[in-house]
Design a protein around this ligand. Sequence first.
Ligand code: FAD
Length: 398
Amino acid sequence: MTRTTPRRTALISGASIAGPALAYWLNRYGFAVTVVEKAGALRDGGYPIDVRGTALAVVRRMGILPRLRDAHIDLRRLTFLDGDGGEVASVDPHALTGGVAGQDVEVRRGDLTDALHTAVRDDVEFLFNDSIARLDQSGHGVDVTFHGGATRTFDMVFGADGLHSRTREFLFGPEERFHRYLGYCFAGFTMSNTFGLSHEAVLWNTPGRAAALYAVGDNDEVHAFLNFARPEQPFDAFRNPRAQRALVAEVFADAGWEVPGMLAAMNDADDLFFDAVSQIRLPRWSSGRVALVGDAAYAPSFLTGQGSSLALVGAYMLAASVADRDHEAGFAAYERDTRAFVTLNQDQVGEGDAALFPTTAQALEQRNDMLRGLGGAMPAAAGRPAHSALTLPATRPR
Ligand SMILES: Cc1cc2nc3c(=O)[nH]c(=O)nc-3n(C[C@H](O)[C@H](O)[C@H](O)COP(=O)(O)OP(=O)(O)OC[C@H]3O[C@@H](n4cnc5c(N)ncnc54)[C@H](O)[C@@H]3O)c2cc1C
């Protein structure tokens, strides 16, 4: 059949998880898609992430599930330590995350991004090293001015630019209004695996402080996390890497176990990632011809372990919603059909109540008693209903 109308055009800001997934589905629905990413290339590497429940159906429909299964990390053991480094319990990690062994996949973040990009890169225009400087919706489309100097007009624009989204700021103003701080800050970085860890994680806790080492394979690097409770957000530290290192060093100054070595490694790390643990809660996910997806719209925080899954499901639902509708009806359908799933997953954690990071001595003792009671013999997990609480509509690709 010959096409009688021109293809609708879409610009997506952000090429991580939500961005390439949305690009894939919009392209399948006949859009001409451009993705702009401020980094110079895909950002690879990174911490392990889970793809679970409904999100598994998304990657299966994209044809990348076999590749993700090949990249599966297969974490076999999670060992909890007390303040002196003594073992509290060693458990099957799936039982705690609510994951389902044999079904869920856990991969390095970079492996997921790469698989998504590979699935779409030949059909979609990618602009690296650039970003949106201005959005103007006063005409018949969205007039976009790029920082690189180009100006172009698109039928729709999508913000898939993460927790600190610029696109969201263009639409709705500063992040503080929509940011729900969960009472923790964390630093993540890679360091040498001098611990002999393999396919396992070790978590050290004292009240309000946690240090974790995560070995994704048998290789010579581990992912290190230092997480701590803090009632107020340390705004100064967000803008200043030196202040971040100083704050983390101060909080963990008297900590035992391997923490002194982790602090030394943090000082030398070139991939230090520091942030508040927080969610984004927005009353609306779109304005005019511009919509948000993934962390930009509804970051659930890593405490839920559902950020990537929400990004994948959200991208699928958004593309399906505009496939046969204009932006107004399409964006309304996206929210109507996706919001309950998102909220249910965001509600899996509240302020300061993360089971992995108890903030008081009493809460930590209770958590440890619970773990000891399990004696390592965890029952097979049934999975959390929240992960699968949405059934995807059928695809109707052009
Ligand atoms: C330590 C840690 C552990 C985590 N563990 C898990 C887990 O186990 N399971 C899970 O599901 N999730 C986990 N997450 C969360 C998960 O990483 C995010 O929820 C997920 O990456 C969201 O994807 P996204 O594409 O929406 O945003 P992001 O991955 O944040 O990507 C945003 C992209 O936009 C780009 N960008 C930013 N600003 C601009 C701009 N102005 N113009 C153009 N491009 C821009 C960025 O460079 C980036 O490529 C974890 C997160 C962290 C930090």
